[in-house]
Design a protein around this ligand. Structure first.
Ligand code: ATP
Length: 229
């Protein structure tokens, strides 16, 4: 089942001599349960593309369709609610709320939506990610790897259609990066969770099911399934 699709997506910055085609006519589709890595050198358009996929930014033209719904004609508020309900975000800098403990950080998007968290499911996620013992700790009492695990738990908590991760291991050392990628793989399998992850690291990308290479805002070399390597 197709969970995400883009059609001729474009995002340009500047004009004239300073025109940058950050996303230049990208049409991709992602199936439910896929773990996709988007790779490319610095400036190739990875973050620009992810921001469009997550409805954090507006495309100049083209469409993003998630779970059959187009983001194109949604008003700002509608888009915010759609994002909160359907998309989990993981960022390089974790973006946790320092005043809230681990549990409260994880359930925050659900509470913001006015819903009661499914504590059984939250407990399962915290346990899978090795965070049960830390659920009452605040982010500043945790290591970088642990904070990123909290961000993963938060992204999964509302059972989103897709999880978008922007360089999730960018601030972590080699060993902790491997651990975090392993946990993403596990959640991908355990919950059949669709994940789209940006990385500039080819070795990390190899852990995904499929790699999309970007160059100058375009997909190059076709979609590559890792098993084909
Ligand atoms: N707000 C902006 N205004 C102008 N140019 C921008 C803006 N955001 C991104 N760009 C340009 O668009 C291009 C793509 O940037 P983007 O951040 O998407 O690349 P990236 O592949 O994510 O890079 P990195 O790996 O360094 O994060 C770059 O040339 C960048 O300078």
């Amino acid at each position: 089942m197709k969970i995400l699709e883009t059609k001729h997506l474009k995002k340009y910055y500047g004009q004239g001599d300073s025109l940058v085609k950050a996303v230049d006519d990208i049409s991709i589709s992602v199936e439910k349960g896929e773990f996709v890595a988007i790779v490319g050198t610095s400036g190739s358009g990875k973050t620009s593309l992810l921001n469009l996929l997550g409805g954090l930014d507006y495309a100049d033209s083209g469409e993003v369709i998630i779970g059959g719904q187009s983001l194109l004609n949604m008003k700002d508020e509608e888009r915010t609610v759609f994002r909160r309900r359907n998309i989990g975000f993981i960022f390089q800098n974790y973006n946790l709320v320092s005043m809230l403990n681990v549990y409260k950080n994880v359930v925050l998007p659900i509470r913001l939506d006015g819903n009661k968290p499914d504590d059984e499911f939250i407990g399962k996620i915290l346990s899978l990610l090795g965070l049960t013992e830390k659920s009452r700790n605040r982010p500043n009492q945790l290591s970088g790897g642990q904070q990123q695990r909290v961000a993963i738990a938060r992204a999964l908590a509302s059972k989103p259609k897709i999880v978008l991760a922007d360089e999730p291991t960018g601030n972590l050392d080699f060993r902790t990066s491997a651990e975090v990628i392993g946990l993403l793989q596990m959640t991908n399998r355990e919950f059949n969770q669709t994940i789209i992850m940006i990385t500039h690291n080819e070795e990390i990308a190899q852990q995904a099911d499929r790699i999309i290479h970007l160059e100058d805002g375009r997909v190059v070399g076709g979609d590559i399934h890792v098993s084909e390597y």
